[in-house]
Design a protein around this ligand. Sequence first.
Ligand SMILES: [Zn+2]
Length: 109
Amino acid sequence: MTKKPKPKRARTERRILDRTTEKLREQRTKLYALEPGGSADRPIELSSPSQVEIDAESLPCPVCGDRVRLEGPHEVEEHKGERLRVARVVCIGCRARWSRYYRLGPVLN
Ligand SMILES: [Zn+2]
């Protein structure tokens, strides 16, 4: 295996990044809430509860784009008389926490 040498300016870029991270995080968190699954008002439709975990981990962190990991089995949450599935994920990069909302569609037998 060959290791790629790290570019020298990586550290400087990270410092600049840190300064803007907070603003970015704020903006992206707001945007995330408008995405499908980003809030209880916009659940993603799934046909099976077993898809919740798979889907929740399939999307990268809205802030840094790193992978996210489930914090545990998904939960059931009531919202406006509907039972929604909520998957809590945490980013392995920036450790931001996200909730993804799902509605289970009719089960086809
Ligand atoms: Zn992240």
